[in-house]
Each structure stands twice: as C-alpha cells, then as structure tokens.
Design a protein around this ligand. Sequence first.
Ligand code: AMP
Length: 303
Amino acid sequence: MSIIAVGSLAFDSIKTPVGKKDRVLGGSLTHFSNAAYFLSRPKLIGVVGNDFTEKEWEFIRSKSEALDGVEVLLEEKSFFWEGYYSEDFDTAHTVKTELNAFAKFAPRLPENYKAKGDILFLANIDPVIQKQVALQCGHCHLKVLDTMNFWIQNAPDALAEAFDAVDAIVINEGEAFLLTGEKSILKAVEKLLKPHFQFIILKRGSNGVMVFGKDFIVSLPAYPVRKVIDPTGAGDSFAGAFMSYLDAKKVKKINREVVKKAAAYGTVVASFAIEDFGVDGINKAAKADIESRFREFEKIASF
Ligand code: AMP
C-alpha cells in the first residue's frame, strides 16, 4: 500500500512577522511528502522546470517512494509562489503566483503507480490536473483533495468537477466560507458535504482542525507552539501526516476513532512545520520528537 500524491513542487518567497526567505523549496507536494515521510513515503506526480537543482531532487528523492510521475520541462521554470503573513500568522496573503511549468503539465500515471490498495492525495494544485489524476486512479480506495482560495476564485467550475471525482476534501475554514457564501461552520459544511463524501477536513489554523464524517464530528485544538516562525505548508503537512497514518495502519474503513488518531498525528507533525521556514521545521524533527509530542498531545486533547 502506498500514497499516490499530486501537487505543486515549487520555490517560495515568504515573509512572516519574524523574518523573510527568498526562493526556498516549497509547494504543496513537497510539504505533503516531507510530513508523510515518517510513516509512509508517497509516489509523486508533479512537474518541475530547469531551476530544480540536484539539491532539490535529492530532497524530494529522500522523501518519496517513486518519482516516475515527476516530469521535467526544461524550457520552463518551476512553480513560484510569493506570500506574506500578517501579525496573527493565520492568513497567507499571496503576492505572486507563477504557474510556469504547471501551465503545460499533463499528468500520466506510471505503471508502478497502479498497485491495489493505494490511496490518492490531490494536494493543492489546478483542479483540472487534480481531476485528470483522480480519473486515472480508479484502483485507489480513498481519494482526498485539498484546495485553496486561488482555485476557488479562478477555477470554480473545474473545482466542482474535481470534487465529484473524490471521496473527501481538505479545506481551510476561510476557504469553506468563500466557497459556500456561509459564515457558520455547520452551514458551510452542510453545503460542502456531498452524498459521496466520506469526510471533510476543515483546517482552522491556530484554532485547530475539525473533521466531519457522515455520522461523526471530530474537533481538535492546535498543538500549542511557543514560537511560530513560518506557517507555510502547515496545511499540506497536516494532510501528509494524516494520510500517512491511514496508509501505515492500512485503514479500509473511515470512522471516528481512526480519524481522531490520524488528525491528532497530523496536528502534531504540522506543529513542527511552523517552527521554521519552508521544510526546515519538520526536517529538524526526529521520529522520536514527533512520538513524544504525540503522547503529550494525547493528554492535552482528551477530557
Ligand atoms: P499551505 O501553507 O499548506 O496552504 O501551502 C503552502 C504551499 O502551497 C506553498 O509551498 C506554495 O508553494 C503552495 N502554493 C501556493 N499557492 C498555490 C497554488 N495556487 N497552487 C498550488 N500550490 C500553491
């Protein structure tokens, strides 16, 4: 069993209230894989340009099981995102999004990505690409999609079609409000929860996360971090760790208990992500650090 994951492989320029970094390795797929790594190395689908050096290849190689689905477009640059966070760290403001290589990407599923029992994660990227990959992954028993305001605003119809091709979605609270026009969590989720969905993950930044299933709601606080440095990739890291838990436990049936554990594990791994810029926060953590924070979180979040 593996996770197949598609998303952006990118360079990010990030400014937060405590510092600034230019052109660090980022992208939804990079953060996803970096977080999944401790329990399950995904098979990646994406595209990069001529600016991806051996250093970046080495990083994604070390975090993945296969890169056969990653295309190189030598006449293009890699996806680039520039953004900043205001004082509360909770909202990412986009300054620039350059699709570059992604504008020409037509994903194809390699033969070694077609194993029975695989699960699929469509990390934040153009919903047209997400749907193309979902349709090629009929062998996956769980397909989960993440998105963001850029696609909600620029490609709402394609996003609606991509929703039809998956079993679950991951979305920020603010994005759920934007997409539904609602201001209450329950009303927004009622509008989003399609009959074929197994669950919706509502990411709430420093307020934690909620997961809505057909017959359960799970709500967890964020793990309290002493000093936030850069929240970029926290959502993708949550998703990577969440999916890696489902994969490692070979979960076939989604229920409250499984979701609670997977979401707690995702919360803990994401808490490392925000403690440094880019991929460095998680990269500095050892598996033992994650396990010890998980045990602490078990006490914090139970009553
Ligand atoms: P997160 O903070 O988890 O929402 O994800 C941040 C990552 O998403 C950054 O590393 C960006 O490179 C990437 N990203 C930003 N905008 C987009 C977009 N429109 N499509 C795909 N990935 C994006």
